[in-house]
Design a protein around this ligand. Structure first.
Ligand SMILES: Cc1cc2nc3c(=O)[nH]c(=O)nc-3n(C[C@H](O)[C@H](O)[C@H](O)COP(=O)(O)O)c2cc1C
Length: 193
């Protein structure tokens, strides 16, 4: 049995926002299983990290899953969420968010990111002073609006008061090398206390 914080099962009837918040609560209040002597061991508390992906052909979704695996291995509690299933207001209940999105059309969000993008850019978007985030922007430098969607998510989150914990990375087609850099930067900024 691993001494990791409990995570809601996928079948639990919660929205992605509720799931992210509840997983965060479970992680924050988790004190570990009882040790050999019967005393309850103090386990380090990992962070609840919601990973939102926007993708047209699957690359960003794959990156999101890879990041979740890494964060779990580091003792955090990641929740991977399709942007199409996430309401913008839910951001204000979260503490850590990673945005992984491609850009399509002529500098537009991928289809599954369009509603969240629109809501976030709108006047009704919530203040996000308690939120820490980082953006991994996928694109192709052959297009004039290189990585525009990821860039705009990053700039808007900062405008709404959120704090970047690792610099945005703009990816020119090949994902592996930039992902390794981003993964290291994000993990080292998520200190377990
Ligand atoms: C029709 C089309 C339009 C695209 N438009 C852009 C663009 O405007 N800016 C950009 O940086 N990349 C653009 N791309 C490149 C994609 O963002 C890139 O291939 C990305 O890795 C795809 O990730 P995904 O599979 O998660 O959607 C475009 C790709 C296609 C096929």
């Amino acid at each position: 049995m691993t001494n990791a914080p409990p995570v809601l099962p996928d079948s639990a009837p919660f929205t992605p926002e509720q799931r992210g918040w509840l997983n965060g609560y479970l992680a924050a209040t988790w004190t570990g299983f009882a040790g050999g002597g019967g005393a309850v061991a103090e386990a380090p508390a990992g962070h609840a990290v919601t990973i939102l992906w926007g993708s047209q052909t699957g690359t960003a979704e794959g990156v999101a899953k890879k990041m979740a695996k890494k964060l779990s291995a580091e003792g955090h509690v990641p929740t991977v969420v399709d942007m199409a299933e996430f309401e913008c207001e839910g951001l204000s209940a979260l503490t850590h968010v990673l945005i992984i999105t491609s850009t399509y059309g002529e500098g537009e969000p991928p289809d599954n990111a369009a509603d969240l993008y629109e809501a976030l850019m709108g006047d009704a978007a919530p203040e996000l002073k308690g939120l820490e985030y980082s953006v991994f922007a996928l694109g192709d430098n052959e297009y004039p609006d290189f990585c525009k969607c990821g860039i705009e998510f990053d700039e808007r989150l900062a405008d709404l008061g959120a704090k970047a914990i690792a610099p945005r990375i703009d990816v020119d087609v090949d994902v592996d090398e930039p992902f390794a850099v981003w993964e290291t930067a994000v993990v080292s900024s998520l200190v377990i206390c």
